[in-house]
Design a binder for this molecule. Structure first.
Ligand code: PEP
Ligand code: MN
Length: 337
């Protein structure tokens, strides 16, 4: 439920409503607005009894919130959330590109790719040090050694580091190195990891699960916000469908849908979304056109010999071409890049 206060309601009146909500066993969230303050209620498992609230001084209206997610909803937070990651800001109307290889494979290759991306003006570098792999025999990542390489990328080129965290045990090490923690598709419903991410001081990039509905995805984000971390960026990375011409089906229609019901920034990952490098540029431009706050793109200095996800990785030259096209398109659309 949302308690909307009259314009001109006093601080004491707002506090009295908050106190009453706490006495009812729930948590109040005061949402200041340009004209009036609203107070959201969380912690209820069913409908909230309106009686203790409706007669309180200063209360204008009680609006039931029927959706199960609350803190991530536009109703609770009408203005878009802006998430700063180094020099990149997601959600301020600009278009931000996170780029880099699927995994940190070695120091030389990582630095080479990073240097090139930095020279183009890319502000956020991605690469997994801990890799969640389908097969236990596949490359699992360089782990701590990978994190050290990522730290040197930030030091040398000033890019923010976005890297995946795969479990609660290794989260502190990743948190120390990264500017943004990525929670991958396979972990979207790892609730203990989500809760721990909610206690982190780092922003979280939350990928959509392979077969997650929008509601399930938003409820996963709700776990993070509910623990006190408001800095979540959603990432659409394709879902499983019957279609087999691409690795996944990049669901771009979810981008404008997220924007209408949530205040969180949302970006697209056309690399995992298509699985084929030829389709990454067109879908990247489509993501910009449909209102995404940015992109996550896999780029490798030698894609044909990449240890993971080479088929969907752009070469440095192909990425440059795409980046230039995105610049032109963003200008035409009035979006800063
Ligand atoms: C990745 O970004 O490299 C990755 C593993 O992504 P996803 O969780 O979307 O499969
Ligand atoms: Mn990958």
């Amino acid at each position: 439920m949302l308690v909307v206060m009259r314009s001109g309601a006093t601080e004491e009146e707002v506090e009295r409503v908050a106190r009453t909500i706490r006495r009812m066993g729930f948590t109040p969230h005061v949402i200041p607005g340009a004209n009036r303050t609203a107070i959201g209620i969380t912690g209820n498992s069913g409908p909230v009894d309106p009686h203790p609230l409706e007669g309180l001084p200063g209360v204008a209206q009680l609006i039931p919130v029927t959706k199960p997610y609350k803190l991530v909803s536009r109703e609770f937070h009408p203005r878009p959330t802006e998430v700063g990651v180094g020099r990149a800001v997601f959600g301020d109307g600009s278009f931000q590109v996170i780029a880099g290889p699927c995994a940190v494979e070695d120091e030389a290759g990582t630095l080479r790719t990073a240097e090139y991306l930095a020279s183009l003006g890319v502000r956020a570098f991605r690469a997994g040090a801990y890799k969640p792999r389908t097969s236990p025999y596949a490359f699992q990542g360089l782990r701590e050694e990978g994190l050290k390489i990522l730290e040197s990328v930030r030091e040398k080129f000033g890019m923010a580091i976005v890297t995946e965290v795969i479990d609660v045990e290794t989260l502190p090490a990743v948190e120390e190195c990264a500017d943004m923690l990525q929670i991958g598709a396979r972990n979207m419903q790892n609730f203990s990891l989500l809760r721990r991410a909610g206690k982190s001081s780092r922003p979280i990039l939350l990928k959509r699960g392979m077969s997650a509905t929008l509601e399930e995805w938003l409820l996963s984000a709700e776990y993070i916000l509910n623990e006190g971390n408001p800095n979540v960026v959603l990432c659409e990375r394709g879902v499983r469908t019957f279609a087999d011409h691409t690795r996944n089906t990049l669901d771009l229609s979810v981008i404008p849908t997220v924007k209408t019901i949530s205040h969180l920034p949302v970006i697209a990952d056309p690399s995992h979304g298509t699985g084929r490098r030829a389709y990454v540029p067109p879908m990247s431009k489509a993501a910009l056109a449909c209102g995404a706050d940015g992109l996550l793109v896999e780029v490798h200095h030698d894609p044909d010999n990449a240890i993971s996800d080479g088929a969907q990785s752009l070469s440095l030259q192909d990425f440059k071409t795409l980046y230039e096209e995105l610049r032109h398109l963003s200008e035409a659309l009035g979006r800063k890049m």
